[in-house]
Design a protein around this ligand. Structure first.
Ligand SMILES: Nc1ncnc2c1ncn2[C@@H]1O[C@H](COP(=O)(O)OP(=O)(O)OP(=O)(O)O)[C@@H](O)[C@H]1O
Length: 291
């Protein structure tokens, strides 16, 4: 798979604050990525730099194998900002017309379909829209652009669960028909775990984890059992967190557990279940904070 967007030693400081610290990223074509991180982790700063809106303090960005220079707008990229109210006095239809002029693959039929489906009135001024409908206008632009690289910063902010499900469904159908690289930042981890194929977790400006969802599913485990049995069983494993419940312990483990080990665990009365992305995220970020 070709790498369409990458960074090396990417850094951004705001005065004394290191918002992004020496980050290496590789985004391949035709993959949906989830960019996750707690508040203030640096997700927006990272997306702003990748899309040419903010110049790095250090490091390098390549878009479609070309180094991104100061002032460049990367070709074939659509970045849907979290706050995307650039033209509050324009009508939605006018904003869409401006956006369409930037993207060579823009699909008007699909735009009209989405306006109907999401019940967005094209004659309303952007300033009159609720937060959720503003997100929807940004999402319509991101999807209708059919840009080879599309970045969405918090695309479901302000949307209720039905609208969120509808957005994910449209995104997945359109992605299946028009594969491209899509990067979504979000706080809704259980939802993104069903959408994204690969995950980056950012914390305090550094990458804590980069894995495919497939590897996450096979490595993320909750292991529980009696203290002594668990101690031996987990001696060579990557344990993120252990919680004590009397003579029982519950451990969050991010590691492969072989079939042989699973069989052995039964004899030791150890139970092994899958761990959600939400729990993995909490334990990884919590662990990093305690270091
Ligand atoms: N223009 C700025 N000037 C100074 N500090 C900034 C600026 N923009 C962001 N920061 C700081 O940089 C850090 C990263 O912010 P950023 O908005 O990139 O994080 P985030 O992961 O997108 O957060 P959230 O999930 O809350 O939106 C934060 O500590 C933030 O306060």
């Amino acid at each position: 798979m070709a790498i369409v967007l990458e960074s090396k030693n990417l850094a951004k400081t705001y005065g004394n604050l290191h918002a992004i610290r020496s980050v290496d990223l590789k985004f391949k074509d035709n993959i949906i990525y989830g960019l996750l991180g707690p508040n203030g982790a640096g997700k927006t700063t990272l997306m702003e730099m990748l899309s040419g809106g903010l110049f790095p303090s250090d490091g390098m960005i390549k878009v479609q194998a070309e180094v991104l220079k100061k002032g460049d707008t990367p070709k074939g990229m659509c970045y849907v900002r979290e706050k995307n109210i650039h033209f509050p006095r324009l009508k939605v239809s006018e904003v869409l017309r401006v956006a369409a002029s930037f993207y060579e693959n823009w699909d008007w039929a699909f735009t009209k379909e989405m306006l109907q489906l999401f019940d967005v009135n094209p004659n309303k001024k952007v300033s009159q829209l609720s937060r959720g409908v503003q997100s929807l206008v940004g999402n319509i632009i991101g999807l209708a652009s059919r840009a080879p690289i599309t970045l969405f910063d918090e695309p479901v902010l302000g949307l209720d669960v039905i609208m969120r499900e509808q957005f994910y469904s449209v995104l997945l159908t359109d992605y299946a028909n028009h594969p491209r690289t899509i990067i979504l930042s979000t706080h809704l981890l259980d939802e993104i775990s069903k959408i994204a194929e690969e995950i980056y977790i950012l914390n305090e400006g550094s990458i804590l984890l980069n894995e495919s969802m497939e590897d996450i599913r096979s490595k993320a485990h909750i292991v529980s059992g009696k203290h002594d049995a668990l101690k031996d069983f987990l001696s060579n494993k990557n344990v993120l967190k252990v919680e004590d419940y009397g003579n029982m312990e519950v451990a969050s483990v991010f590691d492969e557990i072989s079939e042989t080990e699973k069989r052995a665990s039964q004899k030791l009365d150890i139970s092994i279940t899958g761990m959600s992305l939400q729990k993995l995220f909490t334990d990884l970020v919590g662990g990093a904070r305690n270091q």
